[in-house]
Design a protein around this ligand. Structure first.
Ligand SMILES: [Zn+2]
Length: 294
């Protein structure tokens, strides 16, 4: 098992201070400037039923961006579920009424999940993670959550804002494709792209300052800029760093923007880009993001 028992040790003794860890997030000092935020979530109880606003609504509320989220399930206890969208189309009035009379939970579409499942939850999707899950969460980097229901835990709800932001319909799955064996595009067309690689690969990664790539080794690993690449770690790549993925590994790449970077490893496809790199004076090494615990 990768999860709750093993994870604290992977981060070093005392990382959790003896408390069960629920959330580990990976950041550098850039704060809100970073487009994406990667977390590991380990759920012991159902998280609140919530909604995040889209870019327009978030900016109107004074934030830099809206919030799409995605989850890759690493471990799921039998019966573990994620709530995504509603079982049927409803009006805003009906949604508000379901919150008021305590039936929201039965209106949410709960689905059983397994290790390896992936979900892209666009802003406005009503969602909640159930207990017994270890997931990698990739999200647009903004702290902006509207809670509809919190299972009586007493935290503040933001029902009106949530109802206004919510998509009032069933969830629709993102289309997946596998442009080459062992390279899956898990989502595209939204605020960020997520890819899962299960094949050996090596070369210079197509990271840029304008479009950095988050690299998340989930199983196995390899090398990044000569350093060991292994879970649990998250790397931010903003230049054409050398990356090697070993046979039998599983590595996730996430980057902002709607479109897939076709040549994610530039020098397996194009000699010209290598020349351009060698002409550059400054090389920006990859950043190993520091974990924080909660
Ligand atoms: Zn959320």
């Amino acid at each position: 098992m990768w999860g709750r028992a093993v994870l604290p040790q992977a981060f070093g003794a005392g990382a959790s201070g003896g408390e069960p860890i629920g959330e580990i997030w990976f950041q550098d000092g850039r704060g809100a400037e970073s487009e994406l935020l990667v977390k590991y979530l380990l759920t012991r109880e159902t998280l609140s039923i919530q909604v995040h606003p889209d870019g327009d609504a978030a900016r109107a509320a004074g934030h830099r961006r809206g919030k799409d989220e995605a989850w890759l399930v690493l471990e799921a206890e039998p019966g573990a579920r994620i709530g995504l969208g509603l079982k049927r189309k409803v009006t805003r009035t009906a949604l508000r009424a379901a919150v008021a009379d305590g039936t929201l939970e039965t209106l949410v579409d709960w689905r059983y999940v397994r290790s390896g499942d992936f979900f892209y939850s666009p802003a406005g999707t009503i969602h909640a993670l159930g207990p017994g899950l270890a997931v990698v969460e990739i999200q647009q980097n903004v702290d902006l959550t509207y809670r509809l229901y919190d299972y009586g835990r007493g935290r503040e709800l933001q029902v009106e804002a949530a109802v206004a932001a919510a998509r009032l319909e069933p969830f629709s799955f993102a289309a997946r494709r596998e442009p080459e064996p062992g390279r899956e595009i898990l989502c595209e067309g939204g605020a960020f792209v997520v890819e899962r690689w299960t094949r050996a690969a090596g070369g210079r990664l197509a990271g840029e300052i304008e479009r950095p790539v988050w690299l998340i080794p989930v199983r196995g690993g390899g090398l990044i800029d000569g350093e060991p690449l292994q879970p649990p770690s998250v790397w931010l790549v903003e230049d054409q760093s050398r990356v090697r993925i070993d046979e039998g590994s599983q590595v996730v790449f996430a980057y902002p923007g709607a479109t897939v970077i076709d040549a994610l490893f530039v020098d397996t496809r194009s000699g010209r880009q290598i020349e351009r790199l060698d002409e550059r004076r400054h090389y920006r090494p990859p950043t190993r993001l520091e974990p924080s615990f909660r």
